[in-house]
Design a protein around this ligand. Sequence first.
Ligand code: KIV
Ligand code: ZN
Length: 535
Amino acid sequence: MTTNMNVNSNVNANENVNEAKRRIQIFDTTLRDGEQAPGASMKPEQKIVIARQLARLGVDVIEPGFPISSPGEFQAIQQISREIQNVEICGFARCMKADIDAAVAATQDAARRRLHLFISASQIHLDFQLRKTQDQVVEMLRSMVAYGKQFVDQIEFSPMDASRSSEEFLFRVVEAAIEEGATIINIPDTMGYALPEEFGPLFTRVRQGVRGGDKVVYSTHCHNDLGLAVANSLAAIRHGVTQVEVSVNGVGERAGNCSLEELVMAIETRGESMGVETGINVEHIYETSRMVSRTMHFPISFNKPIVGRNAFQHESGIHQDGLLKNRNTYEIMDPEAMGIPRSMIILGKHSGRHAIKHRVSEFGIKLGESEIEDLYNRFKEKADELKIVTDDVLMQLVGESTDTIVQPFSLVDLQVLAGSNRSRIASVTIYDSENETERTYTGSGEGPLEAVIQCIREAMPVDAVFEDLELHSLSTGEDASGEAVVTVVSGGRRNIGSAIHKDIILAAAKAYVAAVNGVILTRKMQEVRKEASGE
Ligand code: KIV
Ligand code: ZN
């Protein structure tokens, strides 16, 4: 495979891989278009936390919301503009004075800002939504771009539904916007309708066919209705676009927007062949994705590229074996470079001895040949029964194979008292294998999980912050079992524990215990390594 196998001869920017790479600006609209996803709305204080994280991630522009939509939204945008001074802030507005006034006022204190104005350009939108003629639309956008230009130098203009507009009218609106002072032309595929081979060349035609078209910056904003948002954005890049509008986890209207992590990693991985790069700090990708998913209560599908749970998991023995010998055999990206914990390797019935041994060694446990053989046999039996062998089950099996207790702590019993008019009370019995003691702890909370977590925290006093809990149903019907995945953070390192049970509260408790056990075992392993190296 040659590095430039996909290069389109039409593009002036990527013909020579030795030339300096073209920098693609990442414009993040998680807090605006992303928030338009049904059920994804956020509180102002949550938006501010996410904006800080986006700045850490290294995005070039943040569109923090729609200023006119509510007073809370306005204040959040105002605070983000005041606080996040190293990223350009974008005020979003329809071609209406009141919208522009709100966007200008909300972004007043930003160190760098722009105004993003949009109006529909497709005939179907003009006829049925705006109920305006083409002349009226051109007149509206002319007067509103000129109005906005009095306050803000950088004006981004978006002809909405561009990919379904007549090219003639599209050229007309873009030309009018440029004449009135627009500096950035964003051509959106609003309905996710375009195909890469037609969408990319559209940019070349606009640049060449519109008066002043060679004087502005081009941007794209693609929706994912046909699963083509990233492909269309890459096609636009090939045709000279230098800004791409994206959202974390691809959240957004309907099927969402071009996913930030997918686009950025496509550029990181294949940027040589495209001659482009971004300024994203990829080590923050996973953390940002988790934060957005948690805040919006938007689960990420298991097979979502880059950040999905299975994105770097190899269950097949052949893949796991190859991977452990040399990760390039079956991985085109390094998950750890994106902050994705390696412990996410899934063990199941397809896993081989090598992978099991490796996973056990990650907990600092060394097994002899006969113990491995015994563990392997027990493992296969369990895997047939359970589908996925989680860490707590694996550690139990290691204990059975070695006739020892390997987990620093184990959950002996759990009881929860729940009812509609009372706070939930939990009682959890934990065995401490180092001190050989068993103790029962009680806790309470608004929900049963909160009560259980309180008990476990007291029982296992390790400085590990409970970061995240994911619950998944593994089957349907009355006997459905649930999988709990708990992430804890200790000393900057993430540890994941997982467990499966028909009782989801019990699964969550076991997963939490497994995650904290992981922290303790990892620390022990580090100490052993330090001693061995004489440090
Ligand atoms: O999808 C779209 O067209 C938009 C614009 C208004 C940029 O979100
Ligand atoms: Zn959109």
